[in-house]
Design a protein around this ligand. Structure first.
Ligand SMILES: Cc1cc2nc3c(=O)[nH]c(=O)nc-3n(C[C@H](O)[C@H](O)[C@H](O)COP(=O)(O)OP(=O)(O)OC[C@H]3O[C@@H](n4cnc5c(N)ncnc54)[C@H](O)[C@@H]3O)c2cc1C
Length: 316
């Protein structure tokens, strides 16, 4: 059995207290929300904070209030919310596709958006990792394969153009979701370690639509090996703007402008959707670090982009 290391657990009631506790703890302090990612990682010694600061007791972080969503809203609350399902159904879908009901009852939106990148050579016990002399992401010097972004909700946030509000010692800033992620398996967030994601700002439902499709081995449980978030802005029957974002193929949610370009300025037709699927297939370069055969996962990019666009066309 893997055991948690010894650590202090703090439960601030305000944002200011949480920031002060992090300042006092220094680099040995980490924030936690549902803990469904951090605690397994601590058991495997990926992260070894001496102080863990829970964000779950801070009331303002739990709000689900129209277009401003707190990071401590659980994935179950998000996927079950009639308001979110009606105004931003792609978010509700992506949240519902995360793992199992137990994980969704504990796991939060903020934890999902800040999820550590994953790799077959990294998400292993300390002893397993030691047997291969570790890897560059933790304890070693070799990169076996770069770690991959495995969040289901992040690609949707990038596709719909959501914004994240961050508060840290230097003050407050708002960043577009697309600029929150780095294509770097180690430094995968542009967030500073002392910054707290305090809310997610969703764009008004204003003539656009978005969907999320997920490929995984077991439909009831697994991380995505490919996620496709597709967003289109309609002008009548014409696509006036579009974004296609892939999850599970790079260390960040990867936006594919070439695929969007194939859709703009025309109705969604079989030809434009095939062109977008082809355009997404080319830069989609899944890494050999998760489940399934790598070349098959790449082939599935075409299929999943086409399916996502088919759904958007069918419900327009
Ligand atoms: C078996 C299993 C299956 C899973 N399957 C999936 C899956 O299919 N899809 C998927 O997307 N995820 C999956 N996950 C990962 C995880 O459960 C979810 O992503 C979940 O939403 C993480 O949320 P959390 O609140 O538990 O995060 P935590 O573990 O609490 O935190 C994760 C990270 O985010 C940081 N963090 C959390 N909140 C904030 C905040 N407000 N501000 C700053 N930093 C913050 C923490 O410091 C930590 O680094 C799975 C996990 C397990 C164990």
């Amino acid at each position: 059995m893997l055991r948690l290391p010894i650590f202090s657990y703090l439960q601030p009631k305000t944002l200011q207290d949480a920031l002060a506790m992090k300042r006092d703890a220094g680099p040995d302090g980490m924030f936690v929300a549902g803990g469904t990612d951090l605690y397994p990682n601590m058991k495997r010694r990926h992260q070894e904070p001496k102080t863990v600061i829970s964000l779950m007791g801070i009331p303002e972080l739990g709000r689900l209030d129209g277009r401003i969503v707190g990071p401590c809203v659980t994935l179950s609350q998000l996927s079950d919310s009639p308001t979110v399902r009606q105004s931003h159904p792609a978010i509700a879908t992506a949240a519902r596709l995360v793992s199992t009901p137990l994980l969704r009852n504990m796991g939060t939106l903020g934890g999902n958006l800040c999820l550590d990148t994953r790799c077959n050579y990294y998400n292993q016990s300390y002893e397993w990792r030691k047997s291969i002399d570790f890897c560059m992401k933790k304890d070693g010097h070799i990169c076996w394969v770069a770690a991959v972004s495995s969040s289901d909700v992040a690609p949707v946030m990038v596709a719909i153009g959501a914004e994240y509000r961050l508060v840290g010692r230097q003050g407050e800033r708002v960043v577009p979701a697309g600029r929150f992620y780095h294509n770097d398996g180690i430094n995968y967030l542009t967030k500073q370690t002392d910054e707290i994601l305090v809310d997610v700002r969703l764009p008004a439902a204003n003539g656009w639509d978005a969907v999320y499709h997920k490929l995984r081995r077991r439909g009831s449980f697994d991380f995505p090996v490919l996620g496709v978030a597709a967003w289109v802005q309609w002008n009548g029957n014409t696509v006036s703007d579009a974004r296609i974002v892939l999850g599970g193929v790079a260390s960040y949610p990867q936006e594919i402008p070439e695929a969007a370009a194939a859709l703009k300025g025309a109705p969604l037709s079989d030809d434009s959707m095939a062109a977008a699927a082809e355009a997404a297939y080319r830069p989609s370069k899944p890494m050999d670090n998760t489940d399934f055969d790598l070349s098959w996962r790449k082939q599935m990019t075409r299929v999943y982009v086409k399916r996502a666009l088919d759904e958007l066309r069918a419900r327009h």
